[in-house]
Design a protein around this ligand. Structure first.
Ligand code: NAD
Length: 475
């Protein structure tokens, strides 16, 4: 029998140097059958018992962290971020553990609107959750929904991106050492068809990825009447008011635009600057962008790494070509460099308009298009001129000015005097607006309730009513 496989490309060398199994539909059936058989026992444990098994898993991951880091480094072509991702798992688990302990207990019995009928509330896990994840932060985004879903009593099957599959090998090794968790957590690898087949078989879907795929995922889930949570792309704006500290604004926006080579959902992708400071802002931005180095020759040195997904470099090049054809001027960067992998130096553009892809579609590269505005109303209207609504930034000289703009921005999270703060702070609930997502927040203390259903139990303390409306007293 031929075992189906797929290969993955190394983002630094450009070579397809890794092969792994492509989970078939019948293998999915087997995995999900096993998870389904084990999930009720897992759900029957107390929250503390589940968390203690998960703690053992975290400790095992810690023991395998060098292998996990090495695999993730090859998957993504980046060192510092792979270290951060690997190191962040324990902290991510701790937040979820605190939330689970605080939120998942039964809701106390209390009189209902009919005083002799008491109601109590219980949280019931869905069963098996399918967790489909992208390539840009492969490890972190695979566990951001998995930890709370497991803590809430679900079994989980993760379908990571086919672009970055290597980290699954050491993770599986760690998982094997903790049978209590291995019973309820599994991986399926393969391209989109594996994800599509997964949705046909699970009870709940959490998806992080593009709007295009998210729509397909939501349609399939809708046909099956199963809940789906979507965390999708963005086109985050930054609004820089005339009162802003120029150096702070330039530094914050540059970092939030080019960190992770711009391959982050919450990257700043468009910048609107008050006209009185526009020229100075652009000049300073170009100066700092030119000084931001690529790690092309030495992976240990340089800030901007290679594109993880080769096709992303083509999309970015297409956005730049489209912008230039429509009158934009590239002030620095602008050329994709191929040296095995593909890199792009921080690219600053001016003379941009909302007729260009670079101002309307997700670019997902280290690209900073800058546009002037003449009034606050214009700035807000430009920032809100998008189908997305993930997050945004405002830079201003006073908290009041910044907050006034933040309140008017149509986005689920706004960072003031910084960019991408949602990547650092996960304990305040926020949803993704517009095409950037769908479903309750996975953040904040109540985020854990996304992975359970609410069930009420009613007790009639007097006795049931007969057909004549007379209470038949309890014996
Ligand atoms: P993608 O949509 O191409 O793929 C995501 C996952 O979906 C992959 O595992 C893929 O194999 C799977 N998939 C593909 N077709 C499928 C189908 N028909 N049914 C089920 N699954 C299918 O996204 P990507 O290119 O891997 O990731 C980049 C995108 O993710 C960007 O748009 C980015 O903004 C977004 N993202 C969003 C967040 C967030 O929290 N909002 C975080 C990170 C990335």
């Amino acid at each position: 029998m031929v075992i189906p496989v797929f290969s993955a490309r190394n983002p630094r060398t450009g070579v397809h140097d890794y092969q792994c199994e492509h989970t078939t539909a019948s293998e999915l059936d087997t995995i999900i059958k096993r998870l389904r058989a084990n999930q009720p026992g897992w759900a029957a444990l107390s929250v503390d018992q589940r968390l203690s098994a998960m703690e053992q898993f975290i400790a095992t991951v810690e023991r395998h962290k060098v292998e996990i880091f090495n695999a993730l480094k090859t998957d993504t072509g980046r060192i510092r971020i792979a270290q951060l991702e690997t190191g962040a798992l324990a902290g991510q688990f701790k937040r979820i553990a605190d939330d689970a302990r605080a939120m998942l207990g039964d809701i106390a019995t209390r009189p209902s609107m009919v005083p002799h009928i008491l109601g109590s509330g219980h949280y019931v896990p869905y069963g098996v959750m399918g967790n489909i994840t992208p390539w840009n932060f492969p490890l972190l985004l695979s566990f951001i929904d998995t930890f709370p879903a497991l803590a809430a009593g679900n079994a989980v099957i993760i379908k990571p991106s086919e672009v970055t599959p290597r980290w699954v090998d050491p993770l599986r090794k760690a998982l094997k050492e903790v049978p209590a968790v291995e019973n309820v957590l599994a991986f399926a690898r393969g391209p989109g068809d594996t994800g599509a087949a997964l949705i046909e078989r699970v009870d709940l879907v959490s998806f992080t990825g593009s709007v295009r795929t998210g729509r397909k995922v939501a349609e399939t889930a809708a046909k099956r009447f199963i809940p789906v949570f979507l965390e999708l792309g963005g086109k985050d704006p930054a609004v820089v008011l005339a009162s802003a500290n120029l150096d702070m604004a330039v530094s914050g926006i540059l970092r939030a635009s080019v960190a992770a080579t711009g391959q982050a959902c919450q990257s700043l992708e468009r910048v609107y600057v008050a006209r009185p400071i526009f020229d100075a802002f652009v000049e300073r931005m170009v100066e700092k962008a030119k000084a931001t180095t690529l790690d092309i020759d030495d992976a240990e040195n340089g800030y901007v790494g290679p594109f993880i997904f080769e096709r992303q470099a083509d999309i970015v090049a297409d956005h730049l070509k489209d912008a230039v054809a429509k009158g934009a001027k590239i002030l620095c960067g602008g050329q994709i460099i191929t040296k095995g992998g593909k890199w792009l130096a921080p690219t600053v553009l001016v003379d941009v308009t909302h007729k260009m892809k670079v101002m309307t579609e997700e670019t997902f590269g280290p690209v900073i298009p800058i546009m002037p505005f003449d009034s606050l109303d214009e700035a807000v209207s430009l920032a809100n001129d998008t189908t997305y609504g993930l997050s945004a930034s405002v830079f201003a000289g006073s908290a009041d000015e910044a907050m006034a703009v933040a309140r008017r921005l149509n986005a689920g999270a706004v960072s003031i005097n910084d960019g991408s703060l949602t990547a650092m702070v996960q304990d305040v609930a926020h949803e993704s607006f517009g095409f950037s997502g769908m479903g309750a927040s996975r953040f904040g203390r109540e985020g854990i309730l996304r992975y359970v259903r609410r069930k009420a139990v009613f007790t009639n303390t007097l006795g049931p009513m007969d057909v004549n409306g007379k209470i038949v007293p309890l014996a």
